[in-house]
Write a protein that binds this ligand. Structure first.
Ligand code: PEP
Ligand code: MN
Length: 270
């Protein structure tokens, strides 16, 4: 594949998650827990004027004793509720076995940090995303270099043009005050090396809700194309990552602050 084809930001072969003059904010719960939980959270996302809803149906949890997700049932809720609120949907694929069903039920397929180097999965998702015109969010492995991350993205592009979006979500360093260390230097470095868009996940990087908004501001100021943020109608009851999820008021405040920064750099928020 020549350089113009690979890593091309405007492939036109996906739902168009990233638009040059816009900041795209994807919001929603870490995991889909129930129909009611997803619907209440989707309503908040929709009322805020956003266009993308996230929610995990297959959860790659570090502990096998943690909530593993509603799987197919969760995908059904995501599709139904996404349609009801006219929100495009983002959900994670964890295995080649569930890749097709994820693509049938969501607009954007997320590959998580733990699977960035699962090359069989990357190839399969690339093939399905190309055929079904889905976008793919490729999270950076928490111990991966930028070069490794970009090479991983090329596995997704082997079968043809796919809308690929990189997502920096924190890398592991020696510090323990935050869950991971958000490497915002990835934004200008990726701009130099690639045409792929890049979004930031401040939720998994910081691991604490009060640290999410400051790093979201910084991400947009650094030139990121968007954010993926965990929000829940009631984070205290969340089955997964409640401590880093924004409640409805905090989510509205984040949006308010991001709009100010976006307008300073000539962009709109969607
Ligand atoms: C997620 O976004 O739900 C998730 C598990 O993120 P990560 O792969 O970055 O840990
Ligand atoms: Mn999470």
């Amino acid at each position: 594949m020549n350089d113009d084809k690979k890593n091309n930001k405007d492939t036109g072969n996906g739902p168009g998650l990233i638009q040059k003059d816009h900041i795209t904010i994807i919001a929603g719960p870490c995991a889909i827990e129930s129909h009611q939980q997803l619907e209440k959270t989707a309503k908040i996302v929709s009322d805020l004027g956003l266009s993308y809803l996230r929610g995990g149906a297959y959860k790659p949890r570090t502990s096998p004793y943690s909530f593993q997700g509603l799987e197919e049932k969760g995908l059904q809720f995501l599709k139904e509720i996404g349609q009801k609120y006219s929100l495009k949907t983002v959900t994670e694929v964890t295995d080649t076995v569930n890749a097709s069903i994820v693509a049938e039920n969501a607009d954007v397929i997320q590959i998580g940090t733990r699977n960035m180097s699962n090359f069989a999965l990357l190839k399969k998702v690339g093939e399905i995303a190309f055929k079904k015109k889905k976008a793919v969010i490729l999270k950076r492995g928490w111990a991966s270099t930028i070069k490794e991350w970009l090479l991983a993205s090329e596995y997704l592009l082997i079968n043809g043009e796919v809308e690929v979006i990189l997502c920096e979500r924190g890398i592991r360093t020696f510090d323990t005050n935050t869950r991971f260390t958000l490497d915002l230097s990835a934004v200008p470095v990726i701009r130099k090396l690639s045409k792929l868009p890049i979004i930031i996940d401040p939720s998994h990087a910081m691991g604490q809700s009060d640290l999410v908004t400051p790093m979201s501001r910084a991400a947009i100021a650094a030139g990121a194309d968007g954010l993926i943020v965990e929000t829940h109608y009631d984070p205290t009851s969340a089955l997964c990552d409640g401590q880093q999820s924004l409640d409805p008021k905090e989510m509205a405040e984040l949006l308010k602050q991001i709009k100010i920064i976006a307008s300073a750099i000539g962009k709109k928020v969607r």
